[in-house]
Design a protein around this ligand. Structure first.
Ligand code: SAH
Ligand code: SF4
Length: 348
């Protein structure tokens, strides 16, 4: 009995797998194409031949997760809850824009980084997702929009660079020209700032867009907000970004979630401007999306006032930075940035 879901196998692995069943190589390409088109059973893979379909059915599983819930927001965002093996659960989000769709994928159940402003962080860390569990989020979201996902943002639950091996494999599968063939240029990986992971991305890829959740460039405050990461030197972090940019020659997105009264002042803006100097960046301002019960050093967190956001933005722009402000889609279903937090009992 093979316990590994076939959705998490690369074409090369499927070839090996079928070779072990004394099947010909071209069968793997057929199987890979079916899986990436979203097939849910071996029965529908008509060109595989009856005896192979039967053999596969008896020996293997196509997928490893089960859809537990699908919620649609008034603004069109769809939140998907998946139940994984071992009682873990995870959420992923589909964001429509002009007839195209972006899939926001998770890489861990919970998150060890523990940012004080993030619901996922408040759950603690359960485990890393497998490549299959990441690919399956994509396949489910792609099915919800008739195969029209054009972009991926790895901005769901968890810290992608602490599960880079599984993520790399999942993206290899999703971008494979023999399969779904999604463009590598349309993938963005967001990290809270794992320096070793950024260095590894620069060396080994995947060659995706990079977003850094800087949040604030005041090192001391940052260490208190992004608690579980331990002390991170902003100088080392910036050096890692410089090296990544030397290799990839792309703009880096600096995401900063604005927390009312905490990281929205002139000092924060100045520190961010200094951090961005020497890098090609676009700053993405994300007004904090409310999560009940979260606080920072004894005070409940609140979204920034409009005037705070406007002030912060002006400060950055007048220093010559490119700034965008993140949409808040998915809020009505707690599917916006930082609001994801499926718990093991969501499968009702
Ligand atoms: N772990 C990765 C990717 C997932 S979080 C990271 O931290 O980058 C994706 C983005 O959501 C991050 O930029 C994070 O700062 C932001 N975020 C977390 N909680 C939020 C909240 N409650 N409101 C708005 N943005 C939030
Ligand atoms: Fe983890 Fe990102 Fe949430 Fe921080 S913001 S706890 S790194 S998912």
């Amino acid at each position: 009995m093979n316990n590994v879901a076939l959705a998490g196998m690369t074409l090369g692995e499927l070839e090996q797998f079928l070779k072990g069943m004394n099947e010909q190589k071209f069968r793997a390409a057929q199987l890979f194409a079916w899986i990436s088109r979203g097939a849910r059973s071996f029965g529908e893979m008509r060109d595989l031949g009856l005896s192979l379909r039967k053999k596969l059915d008896e020996s293997s599983a196509l997928r490893s997760s089960v859809v537990a819930k699908i919620e649609t927001d008034r603004d069109g965002a769809v939140k998907l809850g998946l139940l994984l093996g071992g009682g873990a659960a995870v959420e992923a989000v589909l964001l429509p824009a002009n007839g195209r769709y972006t899939a926001c994928l998770s890489t861990q159940a919970g998150c060890p980084v523990g940012c004080v402003f993030c619901k996922t962080g408040s759950l603690g860390f359960l485990r890393n997702l497998s490549a299959a569990e990441i690919v399956e989020q994509f396949l489910e979201l792609d099915a919800l929009c008739a195969g029209n996902v054009s972009n991926i943002v790895v901005m769901g639950m968890g810290e992608p660079l602490l599960n880079l091996e599984a993520l790399r494999k999942a993206l290899e599968i999703i971008t494979s020209p023999e399969g779904r063939g999604l463009s590598k240029r349309r993938i963005t990986i967001s990290t809270s700032g794992i320096i070793a992971g950024i260095a590894e991305l620069a060396e080994k890829g995947p060659d995706a867009e990079l977003a850094l959740s800087i949040t604030t460039a005041r090192e001391d405050l940052r260490g208190r907000l992004i608690k579980g990461a331990g002390p991170v030197s902003l100088r080392d972090l910036k050096n890692a970004l410089v090296r990544w940019q030397q290799k990839h020659r792309r703009r880096i997105t600096l995401e900063t979630v604005l927390l009312g009264g905490i990281n929205t002042g002139g000092e924060d803006a100045e520190a961010l401007v200094r951090f961005a100097r020497g890098l090609r960046t676009v700053v993405n301002i994300i007004p904090w999306n409310p999560v009940e019960g979260l606080s920072f050093e004894g005070n409940a967190l609140v979204p920034p006032a409009q005037s705070e956001t406007a002030f912060f933005r002006r400060q950055l722009e007048s220093a010559g930075l490119n700034v965008t402000c993140r949409f808040r889609r998915g809020r009505g279903i707690s599917g916006a940035c930082g609001q994801l937090g499926a718990l093991p009992d969501t499968g009702k």
